[in-house]
Ligand binder design. Structure first.
Ligand code: ADP
Ligand code: AMP
Length: 233
């Protein structure tokens, strides 16, 4: 998983002290914005997708269970994901908050997370819904490339690197995720609609939901995300 470093415009002196949750379909831009927000606040970016891919790369038993499901575009069982997240937020770098990207993805995960945050003494989370027309997602997903070294996210159509195939930050090789092939996109979007989209209503009922228009440019979405997070601190 990518750990947040310091960007030139970082302002880690600004405190977060809570969980920020990015909710939205695959390809909506959650990871791109989470990397940026986490850097600004000097808190970890917790992408459960990255954590699972790291387990696959290391050949752990969790990775072995997750791999075939991820390749088919299905969700990994709640019990496995929850254990992984609970262990991660115990670590000291999480004491001032964190940015979740791709978690929670089911109502059961959201309920468990609510308990976990209470146990750790965090305030209520801010949930940012990345609203976007699904027709825009195919191009974003199939064009996505990630740096093998630091996990930086690019897009061959929308956000290409300066040098083809190389990361602007560390020169690492860019690769396509196996589940970003066109044939896996439909099952992933179906899993989102069926299992994750109900969280929009769940968090709205709790009064925690804020919306961003994720079809806008990366900079505009980033501005809106900051406005929301700064406005709720
Ligand atoms: P998610 O984490 O929601 O799956 P990503 O942040 O990985 O989405 O973004 C998906 C793809 O779309 C990436 O290739 C990224 O470079 C690109 N992207 C992200 N945000 C935008 C945006 N606002 N406009 C155009 N492309 C974007
Ligand atoms: P992502 O990187 O968020 O697009 O996630 C990639 C894949 O990892 C998903 O399609 C799921 O198979 C799995 N995954 C990631 N996060 C979760 C989660 N919170 N619950 C279940 N499965 C997950």
């Amino acid at each position: 998983m990518k750990m947040s470093g310091s960007a030139p415009d970082a302002r880690p002196s600004a405190k977060l002290d809570r969980a920020v949750i990015f909710l939205g379909p695959p390809g909506a831009g959650k990871g791109t914005q989470a990397q940026d927000l986490a850097r600004r606040y000097g808190v970890p970016h917790l992408s459960t997708g990255d954590m699972l891919r790291e387990n696959i790369a290391k050949g752990t038993p969790l990775g072995a269970k997750a791999k075939p499901l991820m390749e088919r575009g299905e969700l990994v069982p709640d019990s496995l994901v929850l254990k992984m997240v609970a262990a991660r937020i115990e670590r000291p770098d999480c004491s001032h908050g964190f940015v979740f990207d791709g978690f929670p993805r089911t109502v059961a995960q959201a309920q468990y997370l609510g308990e976990l945050l209470k146990q750790h003494g965090f305030r209520q989370p801010v949930v940012i819904h990345f609203a976007i027309d699904p027709a825009l997602l195919m191009r974003r997903i199939t064009g996505r490339r990630m740096c093998k070294v630091g996990g930086e996210i690019y897009n061959v159509f929308e956000r290409p690197p300066k040098l083809q195939g190389k990361c602007d930050y560390d020169g690492g090789e860019l690769e396509q995720r196996p589940d970003d092939r066109e044939e896996v996109v439909a099952p992933r979007l179906q899993a989102y609609q069926k299992q994750t989209a109900p969280l929009v209503a769940y968090y709205r009922r709790l009064g925690r939901l804020r919306e961003v228009d994720a079809a806008k440019s990366v900079d505009e979405v980033a501005r809106r995300v900051l406005e929301v997070v700064d406005g709720t601190r």
